[in-house]
Design a binder for this molecule. Structure first.
Ligand code: ARG
Length: 560
């Protein structure tokens, strides 16, 4: 639809030049009510002062001058608005000619999912993975070359403790699963807190790990390998395309860290504070007004989370040629990323031409409205949530015949969780409520999946056609056609704003317009050109729902 809007804007601009000798952008906006047509311009109101004429009079002259009759009709309304109503043929063309967005020649790096080695993935990782997958799909559709970077937490002092604990116990690392690794971490923590000798040994072990001691690295690598294999299983269950090929963990930047400090030092950006090497940047102060540092190197000589993120920015710009870097991380890290971006810009690792964006998201809440925990106060694992969702969907589908019930239950259960996560503004918290998520009515995943499956059934019944939309008499048909023609615009808007809920809202609008269409426009029982045109409209709707759900990372079953 954006190309039609561009043509209409150009012609209205030309009309203004012709009529008044001045060029003014008509600034076409989607009409706020159906009776105002499809688009509106308030250019006459803006020109009124300049020209010293009544707005309505200007609007009349503009309408008389404009040559748009092949695409739309014009009408002057209210105080001097120009309403544009697209001709059915224009709407039909917008539905019949789906555009393929060309590449934009830009690279976007998306840092998301980011689970931690030796720990189960939890609901926070669910959000990052689901939002990150959707954004990668959308950015790719919008023409970007997308580079996924799974910044796995596989580095830090806790690994010194864990390796030392394994050696002390004589436990073979290769036999542990994730749950056992988590227990190992707890044991090493207790050991560390109670035994000063173990503290010294753990510290020495961290140094051995960072300097590449083969025995230490070997044990650490086993912990990493087992964890990554487990993450792969979770991604496969979730339907995420992430694999180990996308993992560039914190450890990957170990060798770069000394040069990060050297470069910052050479640029005069470091100050020693309490023995730690820190960067103090303008504009970052604590609540009491005291300056907030970025700690680049700790007083014990170790590098931390920030140093690694700085090295990652440098790598993404210098080696991956990122034009845009997107971090899908919960909102508690907002300050961290503001500081990293500012420091990376000051150090010239992040040029002005590369956009860096923190895609922050809120917390998943339990039924009590507090951060989601298990009944005994523990962390809720992502896998247990997905299991529960698929179980719920299985119950819902129990009496359905003639479908692959297991596959559909997976698509519906997981789709329901994903859609619930994506459909509200990501910065909001939301309550994890399975009943609401799997509901077949309202703005839910299963509702959209069902609309798609119903269309598939209708089209199968009608037999395959390669019909085109030719007649659009009914307002409900026109409304649906207008929405369908806006698919690319909706996706581009998400690529721009990084707000997936806008795509959800768009798809829900399509499904709602589809219901209204079913109500006033018989399809299979209609005849001739009306029938073939309506079938074509149904096929186009099905394609939009299918493609939209796929972009959101959901499966659209053909029957459910
Ligand atoms: N692993 C961290 C966590 O689970 C998130 C890492 C976010 N990404 C980054 N580049 N810092 O909390």
């Amino acid at each position: 639809m954006s190309d039609v809007v561009a043509v209409l804007s150009a012609r209205l601009t030309a009309a203004a030049v012709e009529a008044f000798g001045l060029s003014a952008d008509p600034e076409l906006r989607a009409a706020t009510k159906p009776e105002f047509g499809h688009f509106q311009s308030s250019v006459a109101l803006r020109l009124a002062k300049q020209l010293g004429q009544a707005p309505r009079q200007i609007a009349e002259q503009l309408v008389a001058q404009a040559e748009v009759g092949d695409l739309c009709t014009l009408e002057v309304a209210g105080a001097g608005f120009v309403n544009l109503t697209l001709l059915p043929s224009t709407l039909a063309a917008g539905v019949n000619l789906p555009t393929r967005l060309p590449g934009n020649g830009k690279t976007v790096v998306v840092d998301y999912s980011q689970p931690n080695v030796a720990k189960q993935m939890h609901v926070g990782h669910l959000r990052s993975t689901v939002i990150g997958d959707a954004l990668c799909n959308v950015l790719q559709y919008a023409g970007y070359a997308v580079v996924r970077q799974n910044h796995v937490g596989d580095w830090g002092t806790q690994f010194g403790m864990m390796v030392e604990q394994l050696l002390a116990e004589g436990t073979p690392a290769g036999e542990l699963d994730l749950e056992e690794m988590q227990q190992l971490y707890q044991r090493s923590r207790r050991h560390f807190d109670s035994d000063p000798a173990f503290v010294g040994l753990s510290r020495r072990r961290v140094v051995l790990l960072q300097s590449g001691d083969p025995e230490t690295r070997g044990i650490w690598q086993q912990l990493v390998d087992i964890s990554l294999a487990e993450f792969d299983r979770v991604y496969a269950f979730l339907g995420s395309p992430l694999t180990q090929a996308d993992v560039v963990g914190e450890s990957a930047y170990n060798a770069d860290l000394p040069s990060i400090v050297d470069d910052l030092d050479a640029a005069g950006l470091l100050t020693v504070s309490d023995g730690a090497q820190c960067a103090f940047l303008d504009g970052f102060t604590g609540r009491d007004g005291s300056p907030l540092p970025v700690i680049v190197r700790k007083s014990d000589g170790g590098f931390g989370y920030s140093a690694t993120d700085l090295a990652a920015v440098r790598h993404r710009v210098r080696d991956l040629h990122a034009d845009r870097i997107v971090y899908v991380v919960d909102h508690r890290q907002t300050l961290h990323f503001q500081q990293i971006f500012a420091l990376a810009r000051a150090a010239n690792w992040l040029p002005e031409t590369t956009k860096a964006e923190h895609v922050a998201f809120g917390t998943v809440l339990g039924p009590d409205g507090k951060p989601f925990k298990t009944r005994d106060g523990g962390t809720v694992y992502l896998v247990s949530l997905l299991d529960a969702a698929v179980a719920r969907a299985t119950t819902l589908l129990a009496d359905r015949e003639g479908i692959d019930r297991a596959a559909v239950a997976r698509a519906v259960g997981i789709g329901a969780v994903k859609y619930a996560d994506l459909s509200s503004d990501r910065t909001n918290d939301y309550v994890f409520d399975l009943d609401r998520m799997v509901a077949m009515t309202g703005n839910t995943g299963p509702y959209l999946q069902y609309a798609h499956a119903r269309l598939t059934r209708l089209l199968t019944k009608a037999g395959t056609t390669d019909d085109k939309v030719t007649v659009l008499h009914d307002p409900a048909e026109q409304r649906l056609a207008l929405l369908l023609a806006g698919f690319d615009d909706a996706v581009l808007q998400v690529a721009e704003t990084l707000q997936p809920h806008r795509l959800c809202t768009y798809l829900y609008d399509v499904a709602t317009a589809l219901s209204a269409f079913y109500e006033s426009c018989p399809v299979l029982t209609s005849e001739g050109e009306t029938r073939s045109s309506r079938l074509a409209l149904c096929a186009a709707t099905r394609a939009v729902l299918h493609d939209g759900l796929t972009l959101l990372g959901m499966t659209a079953p053909d029957a459910m």
